[in-house]
Design a protein around this ligand. Structure first.
Ligand code: HEC
Length: 139
């Protein structure tokens, strides 16, 4: 009886992992509503213009949970599929790294592990997401 339950559990987990792997190459980005945030123009900022902005945290919360959470985990707590973003450096150093990743995504051995978000999410949406992630920062 117990063995059977364990087997079923293992199978289910296997299916979930397989499904997750499929979903990776086929990500459908979700638009982020950035109404109420100052417009930033087309030139990329080097530093987060919204740091500490409460509205940006709210916008970033929804933007993150729609576009990043499936890999990086709900509420920025990684389940192990992708790095835990709570540990990204804060301040300008973390900003530069963040923007690079957002522009180029991550391609490892020719496989897209993370899609590029340049041209898909607005600069406003990306910095709002960064503000949200930084609000969740852990040492
Ligand atoms: C399809 C899965 C997937 C999605 C969606 C995704 N990422 Fe990633 N991300 C990854 C993986 C995998 C890595 C690690 C790549 C590597 O091995 O270098 C990564 C790396 C990163 C890094 C670098 C982290 C570090 O510690 O080096 C940042 C920053 C990041 N992602 C931000 C985001 C943000 C913000 C979003 C949403 C807008 C997002 N990602 C959406 C899979 C994803």
């Amino acid at each position: 009886m117990t063995t059977r339950i364990r087997l079923a559990g293992g199978l289910l987990l296997g299916l979930m992992l397989a499904g997750g792997a499929f979903a990776h190459g086929d990500v459908q980005p979700q638009p982020v509503n950035t109404d109420g945030l100052e417009s930033l123009g087309t030139e990329w900022k080097e530093e987060n213009p919204y740091r500490g902005n409460a509205k940006a945290v709210t916008v970033g919360d929804s933007g993150y949970n729609q576009n990043c959470a499936r890999c990086h985990g709900l509420q920025v707590v990684s389940g192990g599929l992708a790095p835990d973003l709570r540990y990204l450096p804060t301040g300008k150093e973390g900003d530069e790294y963040f923007v690079e990743r957002m522009k180029h995504g991550a391609v490892v051995n020719g496989m897209t592990k993370m899609p590029a978000f340049d041209g898909i999410l607005s600069q406003e949406a990306m910095w709002a997401i960064r503000t949200y992630i930084e609000a969740k920062h852990e040492e």
